[in-house]
Design a protein around this ligand. Structure first.
Ligand code: NI
Length: 175
């Protein structure tokens, strides 16, 4: 298993919509395993393939954070929100492995139904509530080139992007 590099804002790939996955093969299975190791190591609760520079419609999640609890890994291929269930919303202070050290409240539907293809290549559906609803919507956004900072005001977003550009420049100077 490998820990993959996570690309960061302002990498333009993060703005590119990802292409559908057409089949489950050995290479895809390896990618999913590597994405889980990368996510657990980061640590994070969700990761979209585009964040490891593979612009395909694939995401992994595990919202179980505590060390002593059994992991609950979920991988979704070509996920789509097919229904917003009810009109309850949930506000959560989100972060993103591609935008380190930035956290902001984002409001999203509290319950969504997601249709996807599982790792056996079979169609599946999952009712996502609470934290899982927040994470799945955040990750599906990645597949569409959207970031959680897009829900903030333009002013706030620009301040964050400037900070990220500067951080990248400072990194480059150190190298
Ligand atoms: Ni993210």
């Amino acid at each position: 298993m490998a820990i993959l590099d996570i690309i960061k804002v302002p990498d333009p790939l993060l703005r590119r919509p990802s292409a559908p996955i057409e089949r489950v093969d050995g290479a895809l299975e390896r990618l999913v395993r590597d994405m889980f190791s990368t996510m657990y190591t980061a640590p994070g609760v969700g990761l979209a393939a585009v964040q490891v520079a593979v612009p395909r419609r694939l995401l992994v999640m595990d919202i179980v954070k505590a060390e002593d609890e059994a992991k609950r890994p979920i991988a979704m291929l070509n996920p789509e929100i097919v229904e917003i269930v009810g009109d309850e919303v949930r506000v959560y202070e989100e972060g993103c492995l591609s935008i380190p050290d930035v956290f902001a409240d984002v409001e999203r539907p509290a319950t969504v139904r997601v249709r996807f293809t599982d790792m056996a290549g079979k169609p599946a559906e999952m009712l996502c509530e609470g934290m899982l609803a927040t994470v799945v919507q955040h990750e599906i956004d990645h597949l569409n080139g959207k970031l959680f900072i897009d829900y903030l005001s333009k002013l706030k977003r620009n301040i964050i992007i400037k900070k990220m550009v500067k951080a990248k420049r400072d990194d480059a100077t150190v190298d």
